[in-house]
Design a protein around this ligand. Sequence first.
Ligand code: DC
Length: 227
Amino acid sequence: MTTIGSVPVLTLDGPSGSGKGTIARAVADRLGWHMLDSGAIYRAVGHAVGARGIDPTDADAVARCAAGLAITFRDPGDGGDTRVLADGADVTDAIRTEAAGAAASAIAALPEVRKALVDKQLAFRRPPGLVADGRDMGTVIFPDAPFKVFLTASAAERAERRYKQLKAKGLDVTLASLLHEIELRDARDASRTVAPLRPAADAVVLDTTGQPIPAVVARVLAVVHKA
Ligand code: DC
């Protein structure tokens, strides 16, 4: 019988724009492991709170909503994006908006909410292995993971990546304002009292500034293979 603790986990933490999502997907595919997009879980809860008219500052009410929400991921099977379902409804597109990101960031700062989501995240640890993408995967959720990577990139490069994404969607944004937002968010994420964004003591820190995606994927895979 496989015990949960024996299922290998690769944690991939880092700030938004560090390329985590893309890298995590590619590495999980190469290893044939499951994947946990923990940001999507926070986003789905933020979305549900808004849709149900729950006061986002009422920590107990938000935590109850988080605990009761059935969040599942479904591979569409056509090479397209993984679908995110909340209580059976497809919220994939709804949780990717800027507003959903802001809602997720607000509820993610509530300790009661983070606690309510621990077991849901642990449940993704299934054979043959898990790639867990987030902010506190290596520090809080899977502290015993055998492989831990923390991805960074300069604020200027992360702003540039975000600028290209938003422009591609036809949105009217400026690079300077995005850079300012990213710097503010970095400071907030690193200084919050609950699960602040920082590398686990035993994480390998990889700077992706100026690095093409395949090169970063290779460096992350090397962390797993050289163990
Ligand atoms: O990675 P993302 O942008 O989808 O994350 C959405 C929000 O959720 C972001 O504000 C950070 C927060 N989050 C978190 O606090 N802990 C995680 N493990 C993942 C995301």
